[in-house]
Every structure is written in C-alpha cells, then in structure tokens.
Design a binder for this molecule. Structure first.
Ligand code: HEM
Length: 241
C-alpha cells in the first residue's frame, strides 16, 4: 500500500477521514461551552473531566484521551509524509512540457499545501495555548476550560487568529472531503453533485460550529466564569489573590 501511488492516496484519504472525525467530535465537545458558566461548574469543564475519567477504574485516568492523542499524532504524521511523497512523485513524473498549473482546479485545490501548512502551524500554537498552557498571554489554569476560553476570547487578536485558522480549515476541508470521496471510489457522474454538496455542508457545519465559541465569548453572549475559577486563573498570572 505504502509503495504504490494509489495505496498512498488511499492512506491519505483514510488518515484524512480520521482527522475529520476528530474535528467533528472536537467541535461538538466545544459546543458544551454554550451552556455558559453554569451554577458552580461550567458544563465544558465537567465534559473535559468526564473525558478523562471515562472507563475508570477499568481504563486508567486520561487513558482514552491519550489513546486519541496517539491515533491523532499517527494520522497527522502519516498524512503529511504521504502527501509530500505523492507530490514529489507527481513532479518527477510530469513531462517538462506539461503545464505546471492544471486548468479547471478550484482555488481550494490549488491551495491545499498552503492551507495544510497553515493548519499545522495553527495546531502547534493551539496546543501550546490550551493543552500545555505554555502560551499564557491570557490567564490559563489546568481543568478550568470555560475560564481559559472566556479569558482568551476577550482579546480581539486571539479571536482573529482562531477565525483566520477556521478559514484555512474550511478551504482545506472543502477540497479534502471531495478528494477523499474520489480516492475511495465513491464518485460517479450521478453522485458527484451530491458529494460536492455534502462536502460544502460538512465544511460549513464544522467551521460555523467552531466559530460560534470565540464569537459568543467575544460578544459577551457567554458570561463570566464562576468567581473561584476567575480568581484562580488570575492568581496563576500573579494578578489576584
Ligand atoms: C474555535 C475553535 C477551537 C476552540 C475554541 C478549541 C478549543 C480547545 C480546547 C479548550 C482544548 C483543550 C481541551 C482539553 O484540555 O480538554 C483543545 C484541544 C485541542 N484542539 Fe482545539 N479548539 C478549536 C479548534 C481546533 C481546530 C480547528 C483543531 C484542528 C485543526 C483543533 C485541534 C485540537 C487538538 C489536536 C487538541 C488537543 C486534544 C488533547 O489534548 O487531547 N482545535 N481545543
């Protein structure tokens, strides 16, 4: 599979499907923040803890989270290596007189490499911010997801970074979904219009689902976190007592 071109394309399609499935789950999980700060514990914080305690005592604490992380990392690495190798192979096989730019391709298709690289850069930034809590330009505290999101999305530039990333994500996904359906042999003249429509709808749902969170925090539609979370996260920055 790995050596043949069609095998590699299939691997790109399958790893892409795994990443899209994760995005759908992540987007739906994030929507828990729309329940707001709650009485004492915001629902998004409860959800994050539920993910970590899932299957206990049979599965160790955060076992499912680490299993998902391992699958995601594997899928991303294999996806990128296969794409780069396919591109190198395509270039080597192209006759010198063949036009470098293929006619009739959508702008999303032409920008796949650019949107892919920008997405990887965003993922690194995103993990350093909300997972490792390293980029703490706004107060961050382990386990206080609602407060972390609330504080981050009071800043216009962080909202802008996230919305810009969602534009690259939309561009990448719209072509990716169409392309993986072709690779997996799902396309046919009668089905193509439906597949294109499905790719557009899925992209729109994912992008809008993610975008709601920063927009609703920034506009004030989602209220302040519970007082203990707010003061705890300010203490980590040395801003409160
Ligand atoms: C507005 C958009 C987004 C918001 C508000 C958001 C929020 C978050 C938060 C709060 C976490 C930490 C979760 C926890 O500690 O339990 C997280 C983790 C993560 N996010 Fe996002 N995210 C967004 C978009 C994205 C996108 C577009 C991607 C991928 C392209 C992505 C990939 C990840 C990954 C890989 C993790 C690490 C999961 C883990 O630690 O196991 N996120 N996100």
């Amino acid at each position: 599979m790995w050596r043949s071109t069609i095998g590699k394309k299939t691997i790109v399609a399958v790893t892409g499907t795994i990443l899209i499935a994760y995005l759908v789950l992540h987007m739906v999980g994030n929507l828990n923040s729309l329940f707001g700060p709650g009485g004492g514990e915001p629902r998004i914080d409860w959800y994050a803890e539920w993910l970590r305690t899932f299957g206990e005592p049979l599965i160790p604490y955060a076992g499912v989270v680490w299993a998902v992380r391992a699958i995601l990392l594997g899928a991303i690495v294999v996806h990128i290596v296969a794409v780069v190798q396919l591109r190198t192979r395509n270039r080597a096989a192209r006759p010198a007189e063949f036009p470098a730019r293929r006619i009739g391709r959508s702008w999303e298709a032409r920008l796949m490499m650019v949107s892919g690289v920008l997405l990887v850069a965003f993922i690194v930034f995103h993990l350093l911010q909300f997972t490792t809590l390293t980029i703490d330009v706004t107060p961050l505290e382990a386990g206080a997801l609602y407060a972390n999101l609330y504080n981050a999305f009071q800043e216009w530039y962080l909202v802008a970074i996230y919305l810009a990333a969602l534009v690259f994500l939309g561009s990448h996904l719209r072509h990716a979904v169409w392309s993986l359906c072709q690779t997996l042999g799902l396309d046919s003249p009668e089905r193509n219009a439906g597949i294109r429509m499905g790719a557009n709808v899925l992209t729109l749902v994912i992008v809008l689902g993610f975008a709601l969170v920063p927009i609703l925090f920034f506009t004030g539609a989602l209220g302040e976190p519970p007082a203990d979370e707010l003061s705890a996260s300010l203490t980590t920055l040395g801003g409160g007592s």
